[in-house]
Design a protein around this ligand. Structure first.
Ligand code: NAD
Length: 449
């Protein structure tokens, strides 16, 4: 759409029957719809007596819960279709593969083929696919990926999740809240390896309190599909005696891999790197002039908003404008309850780079609005350069962390300091006051703790 706004004539080739890619169809959007519904279910099931609100029986209508999620998705995919039309982008329904650096062969969804020649650029934005484990076949029924986990016909009795990352935790929470016993099997010794460790430990503690179970430093070596159940073989990550677990559903969430199958990259001389990513230089240029790549198919965080950033910058670059990106200010959010949101560096990254930094923290238990709301879990943690006070990282675990992180993102985009945050007036009583308080704490001027 941005390319079209910049005056280019654009065709978008997509073979899925609906637009919006992984995020909209089987990723961010349906998972957040389920996370929201199940959070309401969990909250109401736990009761609201504290607020003086009595509730009768709480019943789950799983069909309706899933239908609502599907309606959210279809409303938004239709919206994207409308936006493409509005921006005069032609949707070519089919699968594309390179015939030449400037030419694509398209197998049309309705049958037949078509050839498209680009006189300016071809942009590869084919995304990623679930990473598979050898010998574990995903059938999206009993052994599922994120796709199957969005539409289970009944709540599993025991869901085993392989991988304690974004997908494993979010979708594990969805089914745990609806009554499933959930065991997360993680290869490493903690959840979400990319997260600041102090925050990860807090999240782990809260998830355990909610009832999720964890097996760390453990790998799954096989899943045997039996008539009644699944027999899962586990082994300590460093080797050792094997054991088994029984479950009725297994969710494979061990990461995603760039998706380039069938694209014919070899025909134009583009070789993916050792992780299957398309190498690009500044401006998202591949080694072949006129071919560009963005999103999950190149290096960087596999996040929808990072892809949007890439895409817009890429076509701006093609139009002769600035095409640089700074992934350091791309926020990441895990939509568990409470949410975890971060931007910039973690303490571990700063230590590894021998950067001298200061830390400021503020717990939500000391935030008046969190007290009013009755949810005081978590904290805000800021990291700033010890000499310049420039904000280097922000990590929030707590209610609405995903909304609050943007204040820190904006501060970092402007090269802001923690002093800037302290000089910014925050409305009282609000949750974002915790950012100002963490900044004050960092400067040794804490007021409310
Ligand atoms: P991930 O990289 O977040 O986590 C994968 C986890 O699996 C890691 O903790 C890893 O140590 C573990 N693992 C790897 N191999 C294993 C094995 N054999 N046995 C046990 N554990 C193993 O990947 P994901 O959760 O699959 O998510 C995929 C991508 O989708 C991520 O890049 C993520 O950024 C993105 N995503 C983002 C969001 C969000 O922004 N809220 C939500 C869902 C997914």
């Amino acid at each position: 759409m941005r390319a079209s706004q910049l005056g280019m004539s654009v065709a978008c080739i997509e073979r899925r029957p609906t637009l919006g890619g992984t995020c909209l169809n089987v990723g961010c959007i349906p998972s957040k719809a389920l996370l929201h519904s199940t959070e309401l279910f969990a909250e109401v099931s736990e009761g609201l007596e504290e607020h003086g609100i009595g509730i009768g029986g709480v019943a789950l209508n799983l069909c309706q819960l899933i239908r609502r999620k599907d309606e959210v998705v279809s409303g938004l995919t239709k919206g994207v279709e409308h936006l493409l039309k509005k921006n005069k982008v032609e949707w070519v329904k089919g699968s594309a593969s390179f015939e030449a650096p400037d030419r694509l062969a398209i197998e049309l969804g309705e049958g037949g083929t078509r050839s498209l020649t680009a006189n300016k650029a071809i942009l590869v934005a084919t995304g990623s696919d679930v990473a598979r484990l050898p010998g574990i076949e995903i059938d999206e029924c009993r052994v599922i990926s994120n796709t199957g986990a969005l539409s289970l016909a009944k709540v599993p009795e025991h869901l085993v999740v392989i991988g304690g990352g974004y997908i494993g935790l979010e979708l594990g929470c969805v089914w745990q809240r609806l009554g499933a016993k959930v065991t997360v099997v993680e290869f490493l010794d903690g959840i979400v390896p990319s997260m600041d460790r102090e925050i990860a430990r807090q999240l782990l503690k809260l998830l355990k309190q909610q009832g999720l179970e964890f097996r760390f430093q453990t790998k799954v070596t096989g899943v045997e599909k039996r008539e009644e159940d699944l027999l899962i073989s586990l082994e300590p990550a460093q080797g050792g005696p094997a054991e088994t677990l029984m479950a009725d559903v297994v969710l494979v969430a061990v990461g995603r891999r760039p998706y380039t199958e069938g694209l014919g990259l070899e025909r134009v001389g583009i070789a993916p790197d050792e992780k299957g990513r398309i190498p690009v230089s500044l401006g998202f240029k591949t080694v072949v002039p006129g071919i560009f790549a963005i999103g999950d198919v190149i290096a960087g965080p596999m996040l929808a908003h990072k892809t949007t950033l890439d895409g817009v910058r890429c076509v701006e670059g093609i139009a002769g404008r600035y095409a640089g990106v700074d992934y350091n200010t791309v926020p990441a959010v895990i939509y568990t309850s409470p949410e975890v949101a971060s931007v910039g560096k973690t303490e571990e990254e700063l230590n590894a780079a021998s950067v001298e930094y200061k830390v400021g923290k503020f717990p939500f238990s000391a935030n008046s609005r969190a007290r009013c709301n009755g949810d005081t879990r978590g904290l805000t943690k800021l990291l700033a350069d010890a000499k310049t006070d420039r904000l280097l990282g922000a990590h929030i675990i707590g209610p609405d962390a995903g909304t609050m992180i943007h204040e820190a993102v904006l501060a970092m985009e402007f090269g802001g300091t923690t002093e800037d945050l302290t000089l910014t007036t925050h409305a009282h009583p609000t949750l974002p006051e915790s950012l100002k308080e963490a900044a004050l704490a960092l400067l040794g001027q804490g007021l409310h703790i």
